[in-house]
Design a protein around this ligand. Structure first.
Ligand code: BGC
Length: 427
């Protein structure tokens, strides 16, 4: 049976720090230098996209991508506080113009885990002044690129950024402080709400539809043992802290007791035009940390492959906020084996897309994470999330079977029996 993809546009997502290389100092450069990356790599050269962007755009066009989510790096555009690198902004313009000329609709993320070194030295988003500084940066970018871009993500995964850096200590600056965790979420939420209003006031006009949102990392939480009251309680707590409190502030400008009241006045209202979901996996809950049910199929990073989850988490958000849904990230670490570039990515993709297309929910976009194998933060270059294989020595790009399948799906506008048959089995 063929399943129509209906109105869902298909493309890929990426983040500047994970692909560009050649960047001025950021919080992640410091983190890498301090020895926190599993394979000892740094944010340079990653995939060297800064120099190879034309080749990447061309490959995206060859694959027929309809949409592309990219990010601009604050440190590159403002390498020192108050100094804007116009050439860098111009270079991003060129890249985005080229995407558009190839018929690929760009979406731009303004903050994807990276802080300029100078901001990090001042305490990053733990200090309130960061909000005004971020807004200054947003204004420069949106004034410089706004005529080319209708779709914006202000901040990527505030819950992941804050918990990694300030709760689990697994990302920069590697702290474990509840007061800082709450402050960071609060400041990011204020920054988002104000950026939402600013982008609209700069870009809205007759005949133009601008979409601004934040990318929400959502997991499907379930108690490891439903009979265990502690597991059940933590499932509620995790959902409340990791999703609800953060979400209320970002979607609605409602700051609850956990996030805390901001000192800048934010009117409760609507601060997102679409629900942007980054979905990867399900968590079997026993406490605050991630867990996996025994015996389930997992990716090379040990994350459960749970396609139904993409619909389950989106349904909850749709019931709460009633907006169209864009999957701004979904993907898997699949490093293949001796004979193949990947083992299960095609199956993973088909199962997630099929769940979305048959859900009855208003899914409009699917951005696969990611295009070319990239630098996976503290995991370094080892996990391969790309549709396109990166040779780590030569940096040569080779499309994987999943890339060919993606192209066929876009051409067919449907998951056909032929596609399913050709790509379902490991090859
Ligand atoms: C992040 C990406 C990351 C991906 C896979 C998401 O949480 O937004 O930057 O590479 O997960 O690990």
């Amino acid at each position: 049976m063929s399943i129509s993809l209906g109105q869902i546009l298909l493309g890929t997502a990426s983040a500047a720090l994970q692909i560009e290389g050649n960047l001025p100092r950021t919080n992640w450069h410091d983190w890498a230098e301090a020895g926190h990356i599993a394979d000892g790599t740094t944010p340079h050269p990653t995939t060297d996209h800064w120099n190879r962007w034309r080749e990447d755009n061309e490959l995206m066009a060859d694959l027929g991508l309809q949409i592309a989510r990219i990010s601009v790096e604050w440190a590159r555009i403002e390498p020192e506080e108050g100094r804007i690198d116009r050439a860098a902004l111009e270079r991003y313009r060129e890249e985005i113009e080229d995407l558009r000329a190839r018929g690929i609709r760009p979406m731009v993320t303004l903050h994807h885990f990276g802080n300029p070194g100078w901001l990090e030295d001042q305490g990053g988003f733990t200090v309130e002044e960061s909000v005004g500084k971020f807004l200054g940066f947003v204004e420069r970018v949106v004034s410089g690129l706004g005529d080319l871009v209708d779709d914006w993500v202000t901040i990527n995964e505030p819950n992941v950024y804050a918990t990694q850096g300030f709760m689990f200590g697994e990302g920069p600056p590697g702290e474990t402080s509840w007061p800082k965790l709450r402050r960071v979420i609060r400041h990011l939420a204020v920054a988002h709400c104000e950026a939402y209003r600013m982008i609209h006031s700069l870009l809205d006009g007759p005949g133009r539809s601008v979409a601004v949102t934040f990318a929400h990392h959502v997991r499907h939480f379930e108690p490891m043992n439903p009979g265990n009251p502690l597991h059940r309680a933590f499932t509620r707590i995790d959902d409340e802290l990791f999703h609800r409190s953060v979400e209320k502030a970002f979607f609605s400008g409602i700051f609850d007791a956990f996030v805390g009241k901001p000192s800048r006045e934010i009117e409760p209202g609507r601060y997102a035009d679409v629900i942007a979901v980054n979905y990867y996996s399900r968590t079997a809950v026993t406490g605050l940390k991630d867990g996996v049910f025994p015996g389930v199929e997992t990716t090379d990073l040990g994350w459960e492959i749970y396609p139904e989850g993409i619909v389950e988490v989106s349904r909850v958000l749709h019931e709460r906020y009633g907006l169209p849904i864009w999957i701004t990230e979904n993907g898997c670490a699949d490093n293949g084996d001796a004979d193949s570039l990947e083992r299960f990515r095609c199956r993973f993709l088909l199962a997630h897309l099929e769940a979305m297309a048959s859900s009855g929910l208003p899914f409009e976009r699917y951005y696969h994470w990611c295009f070319v194998d990239n630098w996976e933060w503290s995991e370094g270059m080892v996990p391969r999330f790309g549709l396109v294989h990166l040779d780590r020595k030569t940096l040569a790009r080779t499309p994987k079977p999943s890339a060919r399948m993606f192209k066929e799906l876009i051409q067919a506008g449907a998951i056909t029996d032929e596609i399913r048959e050709r790509y379902s089995e490991p090859r």
